[in-house]
Design a protein around this ligand. Structure first.
Ligand code: FES
Length: 105
């Protein structure tokens, strides 16, 4: 599944993401900078904050109540803010573009 991560600087990283992993795991494995993931994917840190391509927000689903409350700790939250450790890679995310905020936490 091809997913493109875009750094705040505009640098793009196209990654071939395996289904079953989370977006956070994919980005960390690929060495994409800007995703700290301090809690290791437990939905407890908000340092894996990303902005999901508007056209894909219906495919990634809605944040869980727990994710919602963590997102309040993310800086520069927007309507399309998500925690990347809470999004599972699946085939219908093919071609998705994900922006990484300037700062985490
Ligand atoms: Fe900590 Fe996602 S890695 S909330």
């Amino acid at each position: 599944v091809k997913i493109t991560f875009i750094e705040h600087s505009g640098a793009e990283h196209e990654v071939d993401a395996k289904e079953g992993l989370t977006l956070m795991e994919v980005a960390v494995k690929a060495g994409v900078p800007g995703i700290d993931a301090d809690c290791g994917g437990a939905c407890a840190c908000a340092t894996c904050h990303v902005y999901v391509d508007e056209g894909f927000t219906s495919k990634t689903g809605e944040p869980s109540p727990m994710e919602e409350s963590m997102l309040d700790f993310a800086s520069e939250r927007q309507d399309n803010s998500r925690l990347s450790c809470q999004i599972g890679v699946k085939s219908d995310l093919e071609g998705m573009r994900v922006k990484i905020p300037e700062f985490q936490g």
